[in-house]
Design a binder for this molecule. Sequence first.
Ligand SMILES: [Zn+2]
Length: 164
Amino acid sequence: MRLDRRRLRCVRRCAKDFADRCERADAHTLDELTTVAGKCAGLQSLTLQIDNLSPGVLGLTEIVDCSGVITISSHCATIQATLFHEIGHLLLGHSHVDFDLALSVLNDVVAPPGFEHTFELLTPEYDPHEVATAEAEAEHFAVEVGYLLDAPPGVIREFAYGLG
Ligand SMILES: [Zn+2]
């Protein structure tokens, strides 16, 4: 899915702000990057855990009050990219930051007879276009952050962003 240029610029700016804050905080490990992301999002804490998730779910983010946990599946081959994707959802203010969670919890669950209506109420409804856009934005964010954290600081980056 293609994002419009204005929205793409917002995603890139958000990725650059995050990468800059990571650099200023001298954050390099996944845990350190996660902590910086939590601060950027105004959370009291944000932690990373690797756990068993249902097949097909690579990562999810859960926020309760002012604390968050990003869970990355132990069968995920791209932990860093998936972490950046989840951070992207968080920092881009996607309203369904726990969307993956909602999906995973109810995934493959069949409503027991007589409970179809309750089940419907529990199943969040999302506009498929909105979800696709949010997923594309999180992916752009992840790619940008991956690039920025490896990129040499200073002139080259300024040049690249001057063109954006
Ligand atoms: Zn996602």
